[in-house]
Design a protein around this ligand. Structure first.
Ligand SMILES: Cc1ncc(C[n+]2csc(CCOP(=O)(O)OP(=O)(O)O)c2C)c(N)n1
Ligand SMILES: [Mg+2]
Length: 332
């Protein structure tokens, strides 16, 4: 059967699968390189890796349109790459270079690209939620049918901003898609240790925000759940909360002795690594041929290498710009 795109259904599924696989691999290889560069002192400051959670950003982002807004956390390399921000601009940002996506002022935790409606990168846990509510309020007041997707961690549900944001979004029926990336831990504290009610969906329901959960280790499950949730939000039904269950394979940040979880637990989750799981599924369905995976790996490796070259070659911010953008100029 020939579809509107001119591709047969298997060809379309194959292209779709390869695209999702490529995004996940790009995130993984980009971050492995970032970790290496951090160890070598080329990247400084904080660095929070998304490795293990790639299926969340790689699945959710294609379910949103370029017109929708994205708000993320300090663990946002994957979201930025999946949104299509060039890897070179992200790597340069981590180097603190002037050609970085935030002109080198932000670093790993503060990627920001208004041209792609990517509103951070926020170091403050829960800090993105009120910003998402504000973006959605602006859309509602101007009758624009677009969605603000707000990614945040399980740790953010302990913050007042989570409760205030869900309450106002529901009260005003704002088009926010809250996406909770539940990786079970906030730094070294498990969700059950800081929440009397650890079911995030029930918290949403307490604010009359409908909610669903998705398997965050399955890129297609995340994509389907995000599509369904975004369609509801876009249709004017008010906010929705999607809880995506995932796991970070690496430490919280580059400085974390990981005393709060067992090696066995980490190994159990690694056995569900979203990348080989998806490769296996594509192979089973005959959508991935011999050499395909190697070809994707090679193209991702070239992109990461080019990103490092761009970062290395980029100019430093002049010292005179040190305090630029910290305060707005005084008004009249
Ligand atoms: C308001 C605030 N309190 C504390 C911190 C320190 N802190 C940084 S990350 C983090 C854990 C957040 O965990 P979670 O929201 O689950 O995100 P994850 O790191 O698991 O992706 C904490 C407490 C902070 N950045 N902001
Ligand atoms: Mg967490």
């Amino acid at each position: 059967m020939t579809l509107e795109t001119g591709q047969t259904r298997p060809a379309q599924e194959r292209a779709h699968g390869l695209a999702r696989l490529r995004t996940m691999l790009l995130i993984r290889r980009f971050e492995e390189k970032a970790a290496e560069l951090y160890t070598r002192g080329r990247i400084r400051g904080f660095l929070h890796l998304y490795i293990g959670e790639e299926a969340v950003a790689a699945g959710a982002m294609p379910a949103l349109t370029p017109d929708d807004a994205i708000v993320a956390t300090y663990r946002e390399h994957g979201h930025a790459l999946a949104r299509g921000i060039p890897a070179g601009a992200l790597m340069a940002e981590m180097f603190g270079k002037a050609n970085g996506v935030s002109r080198g002022h932000g670093g790993s935790m503060h990627f920001f690209d208004v041209s792609r409606r990517f509103y951070g990168g926020h170091a403050i846990v829960g800090g993105g939620l009120p910003i998402a509510v504000g973006l959605a309020l602006a859309d509602m007041l101007q009758a624009r049918r677009r969605v603000t997707a707000c990614f945040f961690g399980d740790g953010a549900v302990a913050e007042g901003e989570f409760h205030e944001s869900l309450n106002l979004a529901a009260l005003w029926r704002l088009p926010v898609l809250f996406i909770c990336e539940n990786n079970l831990y906030a730094m070294g504290t498990a969700l059950e240790r800081h929440q009397s009610q650890p079911d995030v969906r029930l918290k949403a329901q307490a604010y009359a925000v409908p909610a669903a959960a998705a398997d965050g280790m399955d890129v297609l499950a995340v994509e389907a759940a995000t599509r369904a949730a975004a369609a509801r939000v876009r249709g004017g039904d008010g906010p929705f909360l999607l809880e995506v269950r995932t796991y970070r394979f690496r430490a919280h940040s580059m400085a974390d002795p990981e005393l709060y979880r067992t090696k066995d637990e980490v190994e159990r989750w690694k056995a569900r690594d979203p990348i080989p799981a998806f490769v296996g599924r594509l192979r089973e369905q005959d959508l991935l041929g011999d050499g395909d995976e190697a070809a994707v790996e090679a193209s991702v490796a070239a992109e990461v290498e080019e990103a490092v070259r761009i970062a290395e070659a980029g100019p430093w911010q002049p010292v005179e710009d040190l305090t630029k953008d910290v305060y707005t100029p005084a008004g009249p």
